[in-house]
Design a protein around this ligand. Structure first.
Ligand SMILES: *[C@@H]1O[C@H](CO)[C@@H](O)[C@H](O)[C@H]1NC(C)=O
Ligand SMILES: CC(=O)N[C@H]1CO[C@H](CO)[C@@H](O)[C@@H]1O
Ligand SMILES: CC(=O)N[C@H]1CO[C@H](CO)[C@@H](O)[C@@H]1O
Length: 290
């Protein structure tokens, strides 16, 4: 999808690319049989994973700014045979080329943000409660096969195409956050459609985080809000509005009119498009009201 450029600014310092720097070598992770938590921020250095051994007690694995040779080695490592106790897995800002396949009976929470090279994400996690996938398919068409029947929280900001993104039933889902909905856009831009298709999967959920983006130059763009005719039945809404000076009242009221039964509302305005990705980071997600 040709994304509107203001939304593709990353937070990576200039000069540091995930692809480059191969000559800088790799950090070799030893097999840590007794470690409970491993946190690695490698500044885009490579990470070589141990080929054998079990991380028997590992409950939390945090991998930030790392480069892997292939996603399959990471998938093998974090799956139940080698990480039988893993409950929380976080991978931010990493190069993970190929297909990332996880089979985990223990995982409860997983966050993937800003990955490069990922082709397909396949997860079979019967206990998973929380899944956040943000900008995980920067190079390839998003493809995923997600089986997580106990999922309660889903945040998904990549392009949702039901023919390539397969979710198992998520009957217990309570909280959903999607990518931004473009209030004004060029004819034929399908961003709004993919978001509406994701929302349409859910008839009733407790809490929705919905983002409206009003681009800086609306020129000949069409007003796209009319495409929203129905939202899931929700009791709590967090509405984030990215705007740089245009009127927004009609678009906000359009959303609110479609939320009958709201018990709690939180609205946040932001005029800085460059930080649009950062707002998803929990520490920055301050809310004005409830
Ligand atoms: C990933 O899986 C797809 C099929 O789902 C396959 O076409 C592709 O070759 C795989 N990529 C790798 C690197 O194994
Ligand atoms: C301008 C544009 O792309 N509009 C699309 C937004 O999504 C709706 C709902 O699927 C489509 O019907 C529109 O064509
Ligand atoms: C289900 C529902 O209330 N849909 C409404 C959403 O908002 C538009 C615009 O105000 C209405 O036309 C729909 O009826």
């Amino acid at each position: 999808m040709p994304s509107p450029s203001p939304w593709r600014h990353g937070s990576r310092p200039p000069g540091l690319t995930k692809q480059g720097g191969g000559e800088r070598g790799a950090f070799e992770l030893p097999c840590l049989e007794n470690a409970a938590i491993v946190y690695l921020d490698l500044g885009f250095l490579g990470l070589a994973l141990p080929l054998a051994g079990t991380f028997a007690r590992l409950t939390g694995l945090f991998l930030i700014r790392v480069r892997f040779q292939g996603a399959s080695a990471l998938g093998d490592l974090v799956s139940s045979p080698r990480c039988p106790s893993l409950r929380k897995l976080i991978v931010y800002d990493a190069r993970v080329p190929g297909n990332f396949t996880i089979h985990s009976k223990s995982l409860l929470k997983m966050e993937l943000r800003q990955l490069d090279g990922l082709q397909k994400f396949i997860i079979d996690a019967p206990a998973l409660k929380e899944l956040r996938m943000l900008d995980c398919f920067s190079e390839n068409q998003p493809a995923a096969d997600i089986s997580a029947p106990q999922l309660v929280v889903l945040e998904f900001t990549d392009r949702y195409d039901p023919s390539s993104i397969k979710f198992s039933s998520m009957a217990l889902l309570q909280q959903l956050a999607t990518s931004f909905f473009l209030v004004y856009g060029p004819q034929g831009h399908d961003n709004n459609r993919t978001i509406l298709e994701l929302l349409a999967r859910f008839r009733v959920i407790h809490e929705l985080t919905f983002t409206l983006a009003i681009p800086p130059g609306i020129g000949n763009y069409l007003y796209l809000m009319e495409d929203i005719t129905v939202l899931p039945r929700i009791s709590s809404l967090t509405l984030i509005v990215f705007n740089s000076g245009h009127t927004f009242g009609a678009s906000v009221f359009h959303v609110l009119r479609n939320c009958t039964g709201l018990r709690s509302l939180s609205i946040r305005f932001d005029s800085t498009f460059k930080t649009v990705k950062l707002i998803w980071w929990p520490e920055a997600a301050c809310q004005l009201a409830t």
